[in-house]
Design a protein around this ligand. Structure first.
Ligand SMILES: [Zn+2]
Length: 395
């Protein structure tokens, strides 16, 4: 089985390299915005259609001949092509009825995450210990190698965030997944707001409150930033402070998700989850009529990059880690998992008179509402697998 894995490190660049990287990112951003404008035009006039990558890539050649875009001749063409590929997949995600991702939007200087990707790593780049040689006039850079890179590096992405440059290598390796140590351990996972997740075995995983610890500091830094004159040197300093804090929050979150997902995958061969749309998951902070969100005020002020690392990221980690360990993640339809009685099967909103307690109106079955969710999700997973002729001997 071919597996792609990313290895991300902090990159140390000198002033000259930094200047070059900013120019490369600027070119890439320019091409993204130009292409997006043309896509938007096509979308408005031709309905649910935008040009695909194959047509977009031809625009680059044409733009280089235009007088006002002549600076693109100094750009690194691979970077530009990769940006257009990213734009193409952003549109695919937008049109995908299952993902319903946000529509691609224009990138603003200093506001959007700047990045450029170098493909054909073995041909154009070179790795030597803690140093990497990059094309496009960047040359050798040091990176803070905190772990070994395994597999064959296919490409690398350089990005600027939290006030620093980063390099992320994408490497591919061929692995044979081992047999899972606990093949009969199946579990249903109900994701929530008060808890990150509740399991069908009755245990729960606490919510990530990393942002709360830093909330005040972040609010203060953001207030300071708003008082500075835009693009002044104090503004840049204040902005870096905000980004550092946001980065710290994101790191704490990511670390917590990794620890949690590893434990879950080690202990259970089958993880049954609800097939929620990623968009709905990140929107869940607002809650729904059925279950209003509990930390709406606190969460609504948060940077989207922090919210992005919630349940969508959790599911992604569960999926790839299960794959490594010989386990599996099974996504089941998410209708009425909170309103169905696990004992008699009665479906009614009246089973949930309070947020936390489940009491069946027919048979009187009582349990914690989130645990009921987990049990129903697990039951759906077992049902699907029984139809396919496989079920666990023991739970
Ligand atoms: Zn019942």
């Amino acid at each position: 089985m071919k597996l792609r894995k990313a290895f991300k490190f902090r990159l140390d660049v000198n002033a000259e390299q930094q200047a070059r990287l900013r120019v490369l990112c600027g070119h890439a951003r320019f091409v993204w915005n130009q292409a997006l404008a043309r896509c938007n035009e096509a979308y408005a006039t031709e309905g649910e259609y935008v040009p695909r990558y194959e047509s977009m890539s031809k625009w680059i050649t044409a733009w280089k001949r235009e007088e006002d875009k002549a600076f693109l001749t100094e750009a690194y063409t691979d970077n530009l092509q990769q940006k257009l590929k990213d734009l193409d997949s952003a549109w695919r995600r937008y049109f995908d009825p299952k993902l319903k991702a946000d529509r691609p939007c224009f990138k603003k200087k200093g506001r959007s995450r700047d990045s450029v990707r170098f493909v054909n790593f073995n041909k154009y780049c070179q790795l030597n210990g803690r140093r990497v040689k990059l094309p496009a006039g960047i040359g050798w850079c040091k990176f803070r190698k905190s772990r070994d890179i395994t597999g064959l590096i296919k490409n690398c992405t350089l990005s600027f965030s939290q006030g620093h440059w980063w390099i992320s290598y994408q490497a591919e390796q061929d692995i044979t997944p081992p047999a899972h140590p606990a093949p009969d351990h199946w579990v249903g996972i109900d994701v929530g707001i008060a808890q990150l997740a509740t399991l069908s075995d009755g245990s729960s995983i606490a919510a990530i409150n990393s942002f709360r610890q830093h909330e005040q500091a972040l609010a203060r830094a953001q207030r300071q930033l708003s008082r500075k004159v835009r693009f002044s040197s104090n503004w840049h300093k204040a902005k870096a402070r905000v980004q550092r804090l946001q980065g710290r929050i994101a790191n704490v979150r990511q670390d917590y998700l990794h620890k949690t997902s590893t434990t879950l995958c080690q202990n259970h061969a089958m993880l049954v989850i609800e097939d929620l749309q990623v968009k709905n998951m990140s929107a869940s902070a607002k809650g729904s009529v059925e279950s209003p969100g509990k930390h709406v005020r606190a969460k609504s002020g948060l940077n989207t990059s922090i919210l992005d690392q919630g349940w969508g990221e959790f599911r992604r980690q569960l999926e790839y880690k299960s794959l490594w360990m010989g386990g599996e993640v099974l996504a089941v339809p998410a209708h009425h998992t909170s309103q169905t009685c696990p004992e008699c099967g009665k479906v009614s909103p009246l089973n949930r008179l309070t947020q936390s307690a489940f009491v069946c109106i027919d048979c009187g079955y009582e349990n914690n509402a989130d645990v009921v969710g987990g049990l129903n999700i697990l039951a759906r997973g077992i049902e699907i697998r029984e139809r396919a002729g496989r079920r666990p001997d023991r739970l």
